[in-house]
Design a protein. Structure first.
Length: 523
């Protein structure tokens, strides 16, 4: 059984921003962690390219919708590559293969008797691509999310009979763990308790969409088509498009990671569509919080959007990943604060972890023939740092399983803090000057270097690049979770035992593994 996880398929109406980068980085950490544990992972991301919003954006840019989509989806693909995102699949909903799959899926839903004609009347938000039940200001209604005018729609189109799935959806969302974090469940429960209404799945007069077979002039509602991207992403490009095959390619998904804004689509509409088509349901939908910047909502009009390109160039992936994953409880809203960002990166990564490794390996090289010193008593699992490391492992693992990146990061950081404390207490730079202390010094340095090895290993899913530099500095193989590492226990878990660093192993000349961030100007 593989572990399939997905990011949302991002709209190509605009360039990638920090919000989509946040979700994708978090998924990347999960995917790497699972692969390191030996699991087979299918990590899906991609772009959602149909709908009115995109059609209008393309028109405004003087491009055909296809040319516009090609351009923006290339930007996404390229950005993820530069952020070293380890996705296995990148789906574009304008793929012809996706269209075929949508048609197959639709045929099943029709066969279940779940497609009926109906009249759709209501206020529509083009930015959300969603009808709004209770718009603000009845005279001049605007979207409560986007604060933009809503558009009136009145047309006869096709509806999906969501109302038939009331009981099954109630049972599903009551299932512990289906909606995570648990705090988000209430909101969905209230929505469902209000009674599920059928929703329209086609549009008339909207050319930029997938045509509905047998219904001239209709295209599929963008959300109906987009959610199905999670399925078409699983099929190999070379194989015939056959909906049945998804079951052998990683469906059902273990985890959909999304922002809280699109929870309803994933926890209510999507499962009902799958039930109708006779397909199994995803195990978990995790709705994370929203990022603001220095207390303000990010938006083009405020001119305060954080550009992932700029962040990457000026700060590097490790710094950003650390800040977002370590400082913001995944699930809660979070505020990006530049000062705090650079303080955390400099304190945690450059000082606590980077300097620790640097000064310890310099001392080891200087006094012990440029190699790992003899372990002596520090090779024992009773050693105080061994006790700490062995306790940190399970804490870290259960945090990663629960997508609690903050606790996972804290467990690693705490280990490095303990090692710093131990090193200062042992003060090998003083002891080395006293006669007969060499063995003690060797053991102290060994214990700290071995702790650094643990830190490097545990950082692999969170900060793969820094992890790689730490492990290389210790002459260790680098494991970054890009490929599955099968085995029981997996090579990564196997490496997580105390005493893995071999005394006498040559230590490469140290160079700083993490540079300090000096951010004078705003990002
Ligand atoms: N295309 C739909 C998803 C279809 S999934 C089958 C969509 N796309 S989107 O481009 O608008 O991306 C939405 C996702 O981006 C959110 O769910 C969230 O993951 C992320 N974020 C967008 N802005 C964000 C913040 N300010 N903060 C955190 N994440 C946010 O909705």
């Amino acid at each position: 059984m593989s572990f399939t996880l997905t990011t949302p398929l991002y709209y190509v109406n605009d360039r990638p921003h920090l919000g989509s980068t946040y979700t994708t980085l978090a998924c990347d950490a999960v995917a790497r962690y699972r692969r390191l544990c030996g699991e087979e992972v299918v990590f899906v991301t991609g772009c959602d390219e149909h709908g009115l919003k995109i059609q209008r954006t393309a028109e405004a840019a003087g491009l055909t919708p296809q040319a516009h989509c090609d351009r923006v989806s290339d930007q996404y693909r390229d950005l993820w590559q530069r952020w070293q995102i380890s996705h296995d699949r990148f789906i574009r909903t304008t793929d012809l293969r996706h269209r075929q799959l949508v048609h197959q899926f639709f045929a099943r839903v029709v066969a279940s008797g779940d497609v009926v004609e109906g009249r759709q009347q209501g206020w529509y938000c083009v930015a959300c691509e969603e009808f709004k039940d209770d718009p603000h200001e009845a005279d001049d209604p605007e979207c409560p999310v986007h604060r933009r005018p809503l558009e009136w729609r009145d047309e006869v189109n096709l509806f999906f009979r969501l109302s038939r799935y009331q009981r099954q959806i109630e049972e599903l969302i009551a299932r512990p763990g289906f909606i995570a974090p648990a705090s988000r469940r209430r909101e969905v429960q209230n929505f469902v308790a209000g009674g599920l209404k059928d929703f329209s799945i086609s549009r008339i007069g909207l050319p930029w969409g997938i045509p509905v077979p047998g219904h001239e002039g209709h295209t599929f509602y963008v959300w109906f088509d987009a959610l199905l991207g999670y399925l078409s992403a699983l099929l190999e490009p070379s194989e015939t498009v056959d909906l049945n095959l998804v079951l052998q390619r990683g469906w059902p998904a273990s985890l959909h990671v999304i922002g809280k804004d699109i929870l309803r689509f994933h926890a209510v509409f999507w499962p009902a569509m799958l039930l109708s088509a006779g397909l199994p349901l995803p195990e978990q939908v995790f709705g994370h919080g929203f990022l603001t910047r220095e207390g303000q909502k990010m938006g083009k009009s405020l001119g305060n959007v954080l550009d992932p390109e700029v962040l990457l160039k000026r700060c590097g992936a490790d710094a950003v990943r650390w800040y977002l994953l370590r400082d913001i409880p995944f699930g809660d809203d979070g505020d990006f604060q530049q000062q705090r960002f650079s303080d955390l990166v400099n304190n945690d990564l450059a000082n606590t972890i980077g300097n620790l490794l640097n000064r310890t390996s310099s001392m080891a090289r200087k006094w012990f023939a440029e190699a790992v010193p003899p372990a002596g008593a520090a090779g024992e699992p009773r050693h105080p740092l061994a006790v700490r490391a062995l306790a940190a492992g399970p804490v870290y693992e259960s945090a990663m399983q629960a997508l609690d990146f903050r606790s996972a990061a804290e467990a690693v950081l705490q280990l490095a803090i303990e090692a710093n404390g131990f090193l200062n207490e042992q003060a090998p730079w003083k002891r080395m000057k006293e006669p007969g202390q060499e063995e003690q010094v060797a053991a102290a340095l060994y214990a700290v270097l071995e702790t650094c090895r643990w830190v490097g290993l545990l950082l692999a899913p969170l900060l793969p690049a820094l992890s790689g530099r730490i492990l290389s500095q210790l002459g260790q193989p680098v494991l970054t979770g890009v490929q599955a590492s099968p085995g029981d226990p997996s090579p990564w878990r196997q490496a997580l035992h105390w005493g893995g660093l071999a005394p006498g192993l040559p230590l490469p000349e140290p160079s700083p593994v993490m540079l300090r961030l000096e951010l004078d100007a705003p990002l």
